[in-house]
Design a protein around this ligand. Structure first.
Ligand SMILES: Cc1ncc(COP(=O)(O)O)c(C=O)c1O
Length: 418
């Protein structure tokens, strides 16, 4: 087991990062403060130099390498923010790096790593998944003796990520934080933050926030040891990790954790859209986790000083339609039905006139006329203005004898048809 990270190590990392990373803004957010009757502060790591805090740990580790290790070069496996942090560090420190990414990595992420690393970085696309890329990276290290830069399971990485907390303490000035919400993937960020803030503010409550589809910390805490999840949902890609790091697990066991919250992916989507629409803040799914958590703690946080870490802003604009759809489904505003549609003229007109409410909107309608049948199947998507309108929509369908199946709740049909 590596040496546990320390507050002294975090302060050294802060010195080390001075002039390299940005001191990101710390802002009181009026909209969320009003909504929750609390003082809600955002730590804006989405505005960090590579648009996520991951640069902090990567640079701290790489810049601490002995000259002989620097010559060997560094290696990492990542499809996202860690790769960008490593690439930036390689170029800044003029160290050669090899970055393994799954072949499925979107082009714009590959380009971002190329832009940040320039000639100092070689990108190797390997396998279809992160685990494939990781195995290739390890093989490369075994063969070439280069230095692996892990994304979270390393003392210097955790101490680098802990510098977020050093800035928060300074930026809070005299305010004492009551709650800090932190997104968790492999646990590097929350470990660094916990070590520092629990030392400075013994009464602060630090809440770990994981996506429902990748609860690696919760599963390990429940089991009392690090366990590997069999399957995870990759939607919140920054935190989609099958296994919490051994070192973060030790840190969190030692310092304790005040809550582990699992947030549904749909709620994360709602927060992404809300942050964009209300505050012009662009976050990626992992970057929205801490804000999405507020709703689930609304009673506890009333009147308190609350800090949310907005950990990253590398959102791909092409994901927005999916994000909107997931949010509408989660909020109960979008419904899909398979409807047995009468095959006669005027049937669609009657459906629109009799069944739809004044604010209901058909967003999709797929219908195939069948030969020699009285009715044909129609896949219909309806968007509501208010969640409550759903019940009256069902009542009208029943009243007019519409034969339908709702497919929102049927995961199998939903994934097949939508
Ligand atoms: C934007 C963002 N937030 C949160 C995390 C999770 O951090 P950790 O693995 O340190 O728990 C990551 C990890 O890559 C990330 O990129």
């Amino acid at each position: 087991m590596s040496q546990l990270p320390t507050i002294e190590g975090i302060l050294k990392a802060e010195e080390n990062l001075t002039g390299v990373t940005d001191v990101t803004p710390f802002q009181r957010n009026l909209n969320y403060s009003e909504e929750y009757g609390a003082k809600i502060y955002f730590k804006r790591e989405d505005l960090q130099i590579v648009r996520s805090y991951k640069i902090r740990g990567a640079y701290n580790l790489i810049s601490n390498l002995a000259p002989s290790d620097r010559k060997k070069g560094v290696v990492c496996a990542s499809a996202g923010n860690h790769a960008q942090g490593v690439a930036f560090s390689c170029r800044t420190l003029q160290i050669k790096g090899v970055i393994f990414m799954p072949a499925t990595t979107p082009k714009q992420k590959i380009r971002a790593v190329e832009r940040l690393g320039k000639d100092w970085v070689e990108i190797v696309l390997s396998g279809d998944t992160f685990d494939d890329a990781k195995a290739s990276a390890q093989k490369y290290v075994d063969e070439h003796g280069s230095v692996m830069v892990p994304p979270f399971n390393h003392t210097l990485i955790i101490e680098g990520q802990g510098t977020v907390a050093v800035e928060i303490e300074k930026q809070l000035k005299k305010v004492k934080p009551d709650y800090v919400f932190v997104p968790v993937g492999g646990g590097g960020l929350i470990s660094g933050i916990t070590i520092y803030l629990k030392n400075k503010f013994p009464n602060v409550k630090i809440i770990a926030v994981e996506p429902e589809g990748a609860p690696s910390l919760k599963a390990s805490f429940d089991a009392g040891q690090v366990v590997t999840l069999k399957e995870i949902d990759n939607f919140v890609d920054g935190t989609a990790v099958k296994e919490i790091g051994e070192l973060p697990f030790q840190v969190l066991k030692e310092y304790g954790i005040d809550g582990i919250l699992l947030v549904p992916e749909g709620a994360v989507c709602t927060s992404i859209l809300q942050l964009y629409n209300r505050d012009a803040i662009v976050v990626e799914p992992a970057g929205a986790l801490s804000v999405a958590a507020l709703k689930f703690y609304q009673e506890e946080i009333k009147g308190k000083n609350v800090v949310c870490i907005l950990s990253g802003g590398n959102n791909d604009i092409e994901r927005m339609p999916d994000i909107k759809e997931r949010s509408l489904l989660y909020e109960g505003l979008k419904h899909y039905f398979m409807i047995s549609f009468p095959q006669r003229s005027g049937a669609l007109k009657e459906f629109v006139n009799d069944i739809l409410g004044p604010d209901d909107d058909i967003t999709s309608f797929t219908y195939t006329k069948k030969n020699n049948k009285e009715s044909g199947p129609a896949l219909v998507g309806i968007e509501l203005k208010r969640k409550e309108d759903y019940q009256s929509l069902l009542e009208r369908m029943d009243k007019y004898g519409v034969k339908y199946v709702s497919i929102n709740q049927n995961r199998f049909l939903f994934n097949l048809l939508i």
